[in-house]
Design a protein around this ligand. Structure first.
Ligand SMILES: NC(=O)c1ccc[n+]([C@@H]2O[C@H](COP(=O)([O-])OP(=O)(O)OC[C@H]3O[C@@H](n4cnc5c(N)ncnc54)[C@H](O)[C@@H]3O)[C@@H](O)[C@H]2O)c1
Length: 440
């Protein structure tokens, strides 16, 4: 079965909703995993920020035990190992080199929460080692890496969830149902935006020595050699092309993913992508990604847009970030905090009933992790399968490549080529020796 199998109707308890697409995706050849009685033993790679948040939502489930931690910053590694020991009474095994962690037979699941340029290699190695994987979004930092990860998950039959947690949100599911049932009419335009201060990075500072205890060469990994700079390091790597894609991939995948869900998860890429922007507000900051950006993705029969303005703290519909699903009868506006439906009007009469602002009740991350754990047991792929993560990440990268080349891009995902040689050069990163782009 693949993501294009739209057979089953699943019911969401409590909301009484149906959603026409199967919410689980299974591979015919997915090998057996942990048995129903066994604990699910987890190893975390990348422990500082989101990795730790993920792990906390894993171990709140009694059936999960964290047996290993890995980080290239030994300060963080030690601090997290102590915190975990205080919580669970057991000290995990600790590693600086994730490959050693992969050798542990008892590790069933790895969580990958490293910077984006460091998702692909551990992911493919985890597939080869027979682990199931919870990988953070965006799936990877380039189109070619996303592609090889998708192939690896399929070839080795692994259960994979991508950290686009809105996919497990009851309120988002309700919105999808409203759109699918035609409540807002035909949706021909979806706008996504994210105005976040952190996307502006910080003012430039001089390069320096890496902090004691940090294996900086390993942090760089497959990326080019480059002097250490505090404002390209922990948390701030996002705004440098070698490690991340700026707000367009960092927040873009979350919100573009909601648009792709609303349009039926066809797996299709846009016919053309055009972008415009620049580093317009923060020229003295340690950033390469644009602080101001507009992208238009043209799918032929509908338009998708992404917009960000780093430094602003408000935005369209009085929200600094969000999605508006613009239908012929009404528009649904949503973000993680709330949603509402604003009717379209004809001769001043509303074409559908308004739904006033609804505060979202649900923590979406805990159910997202729960769905992954269920998938590890059932051997059926979870809501946010690797295909879902792949399409969202590649779409977001298309926007960045349109910005970087200044061209109107068309991408042929079968031939893996663009209509533009400059964009072709950016499909696959050159891995720095001794790192080698993974083969399966
Ligand atoms: N789903 C979400 O809502 C969400 C939120 C925040 C971040 N994220 C994603 O999580 C990932 C991590 O982001 P972050 O904000 O936690 O970054 P971070 O810089 O705070 O932490 C990354 C950690 O990975 C470690 N690391 C780097 N290379 C490593 C390697 N080769 N092996 C082991 N450890 C390594 C670093 O030392 C650091 O501790 C990113 O992909 C990001 O996009 C997702």
């Amino acid at each position: 079965m693949t993501r294009r199998d739209f057979g089953k109707i699943s019911t969401v308890a409590g909301l009484g909703l149906t959603w026409g697409m199967s919410r689980v995706h299974a591979y015919m050849d997915t090998p057996a995993g942990v048995s129903a009685n066994d604990k699910i033993q987890v190893g975390l790679i990348g422990c500082r920020s989101m990795g730790w948040t993920n792990l906390m939502d894993f171990i709140r489930n009694n059936e999960v035990e964290c047996v290993a931690l890995c980080d290239v910053d030994s300060n963080i590694l030690e601090e997290r190992a102590n915190e975990l020991a205080a919580k669970s009474g057991k000290k995990p095994a600790v590693f600086v080199d994730y490959r050693k962690m992969m050798e542990l037979k008892e590790v069933d699941v790895v969580i990958i929460a490293t910077p984006d340029h460091w998702h692909c290699l551990p992911f493919v190695d985890a597939c080869k080692a027979g682990k199931d994987i919870y990988v953070e979004k965006p799936l990877a930092n380039s189109i070619a890496e996303c592609d090889v990860m998708l192939q690896a998950a399929k070839k080795y039959g692994r259960i994979v969830a991508v950290g686009q947690q809105q996919r497990s949100g009851a309120e988002w599911l309700k919105i999808m149902e409203l759109i699918k049932s035609g409540t807002v009419g035909e949706v021909k335009r979806i706008n996504c935006w994210g105005n976040f201060k952190y996307g502006a990075g910080r003012p430039r500072v001089a390069n320096s020595s890496p902090p004691p205890g940090v294996d900086y060469d390993r942090w760089l990994g497959p990326a080019s050699e480059r002097p250490f700079n505090a404002n390209r390091f922990h948390g701030f790597w996002r705004m440098n092309w070698a490690y991340g894609g700026g707000l367009a991939t960092d927040w873009g995948v979350h919100l573009l993913d909601m648009a792709l869900w609303a349009k039926g998860d066809t797996g299709q890429f846009p016919q053309t992508v055009v972008a415009s922007g620049g580093i317009l507000r923060f020229p003295d900051h340690e950033i390469q990604t644009p602080d101001t950006l507009n992208v238009t993705f043209n799918y032929g029969d509908w338009l998708l847009s992404w917009e960000h303005n780093c430094g602003l703290e408000s935005g369209p519909w009085n929200r600094n970030y969000g999605v508006s699903f613009v239908g012929t009868k009404g528009t649904i506006i949503a973000n993680r905090e709330s949603w509402e439906l604003v009717p379209e009007r004809k001769n001043n009469e509303p074409l559908t009933a308004a739904i006033p602002l609804q505060a979202n009740q649900q923590n979406v991350h805990q159910p997202h992790v729960r769905h992954f754990l269920d998938a590890v047991r059932s051997r059926k792929q979870p809501e946010c399968s690797i295909e879902i993560g792949h399409t969202a990440a590649v779409t977001a990268h298309l926007g960045n490549l349109a910005y970087r080349t200044g061209a109107v891009l068309s991408y042929d995902s079968v031939q893996q080529t663009f209509n533009n040689p400059e964009a072709d050069k950016l499909i696959k990163p050159d891995y720095r020796q001794p790192y080698v782009f993974p083969t399966l």
